[in-house]
Design a protein around this ligand. Structure first.
Ligand SMILES: *Cc1c(COP(=O)(O)O)cnc(C)c1O
Length: 608
């Protein structure tokens, strides 16, 4: 069943239609089974078919090869492709204009089965030959890659595909046969290239590599930030790049300023509109007109007043949800995003423990007060992510209840992170934590939301952080740690976490506390798996390599925060530098470079 969801544009006389699908049994109740006395079977067919769209798989950046998930992916694809073909045929008799009238962008590989599905429809239903069908298919599809984490790449067992989608599997084999024939004629005898690029991964269990299928079946392949798109060319898909350099391109992600500033932060929106007008709402590049105001003391003060009001609003939310009073003059240091080891919430938590130890060692010392706020969901089956949430909450218990610490430091984990509370949290941030291991975060968009709302970023040179630094200037962002090349050369030369553990007493003390049950007194071994993953299982995401640089960078943050005028200027310059990160820019680039479509101006009561 189709569900049509209107998507109104912002004062542009346009409402687009988002068509979503739900699986419904064609008959509520099968009377034939019922009449034969099989009551269970009479209703089970309904629940089995409706299960296909019952759940959104909650994984983030990890592949779950469940049969129901494959059926779900195919269900959504099949409904959509049938609908597209039906609509095209209402106004066209042949298929030669199909790629000019239709562009299909694969949002990751989850819908990549659409490639053999369109081939199947064009050949089996519409009677076109292979060559004609393939030409149409490749011209129609584009593929956006969203991650380079190997555990996230979809690799469906051939046996499962043959059972669930036998005709599609035949077509995939034929796509691959012709592709390898082409490879062999271009690079004769290059067997390693063939085994790298083949859609089929050989081994004890043959697998279909959906990314390879998506690249071969599309005319465009893009990453979602400049660094990510470079890594696709030089590492992940480097042999495809040799073969088809013209398919590769970059589309840096964006966010919509209508939701992530105008709607969620009316105080700041009004302050900005008061000085530069409201053109930024539909043209975020106009935000650069704020730059001269970054030097004006009265504007700086108004800017800081807005931030304080937003922090007071969030403080009330925290009281009602966590029962903890926070100091609104402290640094609101915020990391909100899905829980994943590569995003390194654990590194942030180690820093909190280090700050706690410094306060305990010197209770009368001068510390810049901080409120460290986390939120984010872990996939239900992701044990280590769940344990990191538990650690953050346990450290919070210790820190928040220590009478010597008081309002110098608070640590909170807000439950149920989602867009609705992100809209309350982000406008209140002073500091945005974007600290993934360099080379692992494809783009990030949280980083953009925070900077647009005047938070300063502490981050690695990863994903779109690289481009945010280019836009706001090196002096207005706190960059630390290894870059992507540094990470990969340290990995090659043999990374040893013990080296850092043995040479940094502040780090080893923090790790020993976690290991010895300092934060889990009734269950001293509770957090052993976290210590083991860092010390004995190789610290995959290199927290130890970046710890020292991170802690020192946080000291620079605290120092900068005490100079309120300087902080206000940096904050204003962050908002002013965010023009590039509007999704208006991103979508215009997809339209021009990949879909070959031009915007239309619709006449009507709103502005043209
Ligand atoms: C923007 C957003 C994200 C993405 O955040 P990153 O920091 O880029 O990982 C995740 N969840 C919600 C609710 C968001 O609004």
């Amino acid at each position: 069943m189709a569900y049509d969801t209107p998507v109104p544009g912002y004062k542009n006389n346009t409402v687009n239609n988002l068509r979503l699908w739900s699986a419904k049994a064609s008959r509520e109740f099968d009377l034939n089974y019922f009449n034969d006395g099989d009551y269970i079977k009479a209703v089970s067919e309904k629940s089995v078919s409706e299960n296909i769209t019952k759940v959104l798989y909650p994984n983030d950046n990890v592949f779950e090869g469940k049969e129901l998930r494959l059926k779900q992916e195919y269900f959504f694809v099949s409904a959509t492709i049938q609908d597209i073909v039906r609509r095209y045929k209402k106004t066209h008799s042949g298929f030669k204009d199909f790629p000019d009238m239709v562009a299909i962008q694969l949002n990751d590989t989850h819908p990549a089965i659409a490639i053999p599905d369109l081939m199947r429809i064009l050949m089996d239903d519409e009677g076109l030959c292979w060559e004609e069908s393939w030409d149409i298919t490749v011209k129609t599809f584009g593929y956006t890659n969203h991650t380079i984490l190997p555990e996230a790449l979809e690799r469906w067992p051939v046996s499962l595909m043959e059972k669930v989608l036998p005709r599609h599997m035949q077509i995939i084999y034929e796509i691959n046969r012709r592709f390898i024939e082409q490879l062999n004629s271009m690079y004769p005898g290059n067997n390693s290239m063939v085994s790298e690029l083949s859609i089929i991964e050989e081994g004890p269990e043959k697998k279909v590599r959906m990314a390879n299928l998506a690249i071969i079946g599309s005319h465009s392949l893009n990453g979602v930030a400049a660094l990510h798109s470079e890594i696709l060319k030089t590492h992940v898909f480097k042999d495809f790049y040799k073969l088809w350099p013209e398919k590769f391109n970059n589309k840096t992600n964006g966010i919509t300023q209508r939701r992530w500033l105008k709607l969620c932060n009316p105080r700041l929106s009004n302050l900005i509109t008061g000085v530069i007008g409201d053109g930024w709402i539909t043209d975020l590049y106009q935000m650069k007109q704020l730059k001269p105001y970054s030097e004006k003391e009265d504007f700086q003060q108004q800017w800081l007043d807005v931030k304080k009001a937003n922090k007071e609003f969030l403080a009330k939310y925290i009281i009602s949800h966590n029962g903890i009073a926070v100091n609104v003059d402290s640094i609101f240091d915020i990391q909100v995003k899905r829980l994943h080891e590569y995003k390194r919430q654990l590194l942030n938590c180690l820093h909190v423990i280090a700050m706690y130890n410094r306060i305990k060692d010197n209770p009368n010392g001068n510390f810049v007060p901080r409120t460290v706020i986390f939120a984010g969901k872990a996939a239900p089956g992701y044990y280590m992510a769940k344990l990191i949430i538990k650690l953050i909450n346990s450290v919070g218990e210790t820190v928040n209840n220590d009478p010597q610490v008081r309002d110098k430091l608070k640590l909170l984990f807000l439950r149920n992170y989602a867009v609705s509370n992100a809209e309350k949290i982000i406008p209140a941030a002073d500091l945005s934590e974007q600290i993934s291991t360099a080379g692992t975060e494809a783009s990030g968009t949280g980083n953009m939301k925070f900077a647009l709302n005047g938070a300063l970023t502490i981050g690695t040179l990863d994903g779109a952080n690289v481009e945010i630094r280019e836009e706001v200037g090196d002096e207005n962002i706190f960059i630390f740690g290894l870059d992507a090349d540094g990470v990969s050369s340290l990995k090659k030369s043999g990374y040893n976490p013990f080296y850092y553990y043995n040479n940094n007493p502040e780090l080893s003390r923090v790790i020993n506390q976690i290991q010895n049950g300092f934060f889990s007194k009734s269950q001293p071994d509770l957090f052993r798996p976290i210590v083991d993953s860092l010390l004995y299982q190789g610290d995959t995401y290199m927290l130890f390599a970046d710890f020292d640089s991170y802690v020192k960078c946080q000291e620079r943050v605290a120092e900068a925060f005490t100079d309120r005028k300087k902080w206000a200027r940096m904050s204003i310059l962050n908002t002013a530098g965010m023009g590039k990160f509007s999704t208006d820019r991103t979508i215009a680039e997809y339209a021009k470079d990949i879909w070959n479509v031009k915007p239309v101006q619709v006449k009507g009561p709103g502005p043209a």
